[in-house]
Design a protein around this ligand. Structure first.
Ligand code: FDA
Length: 308
């Protein structure tokens, strides 16, 4: 199982593997466990279903590593349409958007990326929604945090993801645990070298706890993005020790993962937000979900086998 992880990360970057996985009609039902659907309409409908259960939502229009300005512009327009549809339904007090900077030009040009991110933030601001910047591989961390700083001058509610597997992140958490700052702390989902990242689960988990301590003790708004039962329990204790009320931080989980636990947290009066991806560019996201938990691969392969 351990050897599967690097293979799945390699497959995530392979055009040949992508073509095989994407073209198989048998992939669809498994992908749908993690993704709302191809269209913005399906994403908004699923958002309504989740909000009705007392959960909050952040929507991700799938797509990453955009290689031209037209595609980056199309991403911005897709987010603008999404935000309008959410506003039409009256959802923007409980549903926000998550954005990958590589989908709006990070691999092309810094000025273009910032302009495009600003356009999405302006659209969100108009309808009273917030925006959180996803974090991609470690070569983009500094650039993403620089864009965050710029955006927050005009849109102080913009948040960002930090990844506990990176050695630098405890210090980033301390820097960003300031008033108004929204930080989504996750473990990290990319294949990273040991020079920049902790390699073992215990090291990553310990780093996550140190980062959580910094965020909970600070004056920002921590977003605890994990499905790990131990870390969820520790987050609750740290929040209580820091004198936080249930509206001063939130839990977050991915769509399709531990839905019963999501509902339990909501029913107990906690803020819990579901990260809901949609769109046709699901390949990279889907492969990272398989790599995180190789048991998902068995589930995936078994479903292929039983359909044959
Ligand atoms: P861990 O992987 O240890 O899992 C703990 C338990 O959760 C498992 O035992 C299992 O029960 C369940 N579980 C976890 N993953 C599962 C899966 N794929 N399928 C089924 N069950 C699973 N990463 C990143 O690099 N950049 C980012 O911007 C984001 N953004 C983000 C937002 C939100 C809201 C979440 C919840 C996560 C992310 N991530 C992310 C992904 C994150 O880095 C990490 O890979 C996953 O959350 C898995 O880590 P856990 O903390 O859940 O722990």
């Amino acid at each position: 199982m351990i050897m599967l992880r690097p293979m799945l990360h390699a497959a995530a970057r392979s055009a040949a593997a992508r073509s095989v996985v994407e073209r198989s009609p048998l992939t669809r039902p498994v992908v749908r466990r993690f993704i709302a659907g191809d269209s913005v309409g399906e994403a908004v409908d699923t958002t309504g279903d989740l909000l009705a259960t007392g959960r909050l939502v952040t929507l991700d229009r799938l797509g990453e590593d955009t290689t031209n300005a037209e595609a980056a512009d199309a991403t911005v327009r897709a987010y603008q349409e999404l935000l309008k549809r959410l506003a039409d339904k009256g959802f923007t007090d409980r549903a926000e958007v998550s954005v990958k900077l590589s989908a709006v030009g990070q691999k092309l040009d810094t000025g273009l990326t910032l302009d495009n991110a600003r356009r999405i933030c302006a659209a969100a601001g108009e309808v009273g929604a917030t925006v959180t910047l996803d974090m991609e591989d470690h070569t983009t961390t500094d650039a993403t945090l620089a864009v965050l700083r710029e955006l927050r001058r005009d849109f102080p509610w913009v948040g960002a993801v930090l990844q506990a597997y990176l050695r630098r992140t405890e210090a980033d958490c301390r820097d960003l645990a300031t008033a108004g700052s929204r930080i989504r702390l996750c473990k990290g989902a990319y294949a990273e070298p040991a020079s920049v990242a902790f390699a073992t689960k215990p090291e990553v988990d310990l780093s996550y706890v140190r980062c959580l301590k910094a965020l909970m003790a600070g004056s920002g708004y921590p977003m605890v993005a994990s499905h790990d039962p131990r870390l969820i329990a520790i987050a609750g204790t740290l929040a209580a020790n820091a004198g936080r009320t249930s509206d001063s931080f939130e839990y977050q989980m991915l769509y399709g993962i531990r839905p019963t636990e999501q509902q339990r947290l909501a029913d107990e009066g906690n803020r819990i937000r579901v990260y809901l991806p949609y769109g046709t560019e699901w390949y990279g996201y889907f492969m990272r979900r398989l790599a995180e938990r190789p048991a998902n691969l068995t589930f995936f392969l078994r479903s292929l086998a039983t359909k044959n």
